[in-house]
Design a binder for this molecule. Structure first.
Ligand code: AMP
Length: 122
């Protein structure tokens, strides 16, 4: 799948759409989800053009992958989630209902998150 430069996260990265930023560095931007599913719901995105985790894990440099992983952990710690717990999730493709075709990691926290995947969806 080719990268679509008009996807909403590409537009946020270009500053064309505002976001509620929680972190930015050379490789990574993180901001609050516009429709939070939990009291804390953060999206962490690489600044590079990657469609999904599949694309990112195959094509991103070690520096980008390292920066992304470090940033995600630091953001969760800085938001006070490390002690109570949190969940990270990345949707790739149709079966996962990925909506925005720019790789992003969700960080959910701030309440008990229940089971990993709801029962009955086997
Ligand atoms: P996914 O289904 O993993 O692709 O999730 C996409 C997420 O992006 C959803 O949780 C949306 O609420 C979120 N989202 C879409 N547009 C925006 C936006 N402009 N700012 C922040 N979050 C957004």
């Amino acid at each position: 799948m080719a990268y679509d430069r008009n996807n909403v996260f590409a537009r946020i990265l270009r500053g064309e759409i505002p976001c509620s930023k929680v972190h930015e560095d050379e490789h990574v931007l993180a901001f609050r989800d516009i429709n939070p599913l939990t009291p804390t719901h953060i999206l962490v995105i690489p600044k590079g053009e990657y469609v999904s985790f599949d694309d990112f894990s195959e094509k991103a440099s070690d520096a980008e992958i390292g920066a992304f992983c470090r940033a995600a952990g630091r953001i969760a710690r800085d938001l006070g989630l490390a002690e109570s717990g949190y969940r990270i999730l990345a949707n790739h493709g149709r079966h996962a209902h990925q909506e925005v075709p720019h790789f992003h990691l969700h960080i959910f926290g701030g309440r008990d998150l229940g089971r990993m995947v709801p029962k009955g969806l086997e």
